[in-house]
Design a protein. Sequence first.
Length: 312
Amino acid sequence: MEYNELGSSGVTAPNVALGVMRINTKNTKEAAAIVGTAVDHGITFFDTADCYAAGDSSERLGQALKDGDIARDRVLLQTKVGIYQHPGTGTITRYDFSSKHILEAVDGELRRLQTDHVDFLLLHRPDTLVDLPDLASAFDELERDGKVLHFGVSNVNPMQVDLLQSALSQKLEINQLQFGLGHTGMLDQEFHVNMNSAPSIDHDGGLLAYSRLHHMTIQAWSPFQFGFFDGVFLDNPKFPELNAALDAVAQHYGVSKSAVAVAWILRHPAHMQVLLGSMTPSRIADMAAGTDVHITAQEWYDLYVAAGNDLP
């Protein structure tokens, strides 16, 4: 496993992490095996959110760490808050960055995770109604009480980061964004500058360059998905050229195609962190192997083109 600093936080973390959105579907024994497998392969960073299965995923993660007798100081825990769900239906009804909601949500997550602090707290999607001084007071309180050590955001564009950062005394270290061979929008716009083609449209405000300039770590979620939870591209007949290219590189390095897809993300000099979402221990082990694969620049570009992208 290789490691990078997250943002400029001073925290060194594995460049592959495990997201536990679906761990609530596993029983306690299965959950402990999943978490144990991750740790055994150097994945000591875990990501969750209070809205994942209405908090059940965080609770299952906390119990799995306890059942596996994994010491708190051996892992890094990250959660996300700011999405309000109807308590009865679970439907998202608003985004809420009010200090009242943020503080209550963090306390709930600490209880579920069976810990007194999280290492990173991310704001989960933008709240256009955010009262900046009110949000700043919540961050200050969480930091002062030692409940949150570092902060970040998720699915937020550069201007929104700057807006939030203008009111905060804590640096936003992380931006969690969908990225992978099936979701390359941040790259497409960079290659098609000053052109009229569809890939030239800037949907994200230069997120990739912004993150590098501001030493903000991009956490790549759903690295094997295409579209917005439309499915995975691995072994998908919709992507024959990509799978053939992945297979060729995988055979060359003696790893799985999923490991190559991870290595492709990690090859970018932005020093991203890949968030795996698998709940199958053997697949977690296969994917984690991608951290030790260093593909060439030509292999990286070949995979990008095989994914259906053009180089102008």
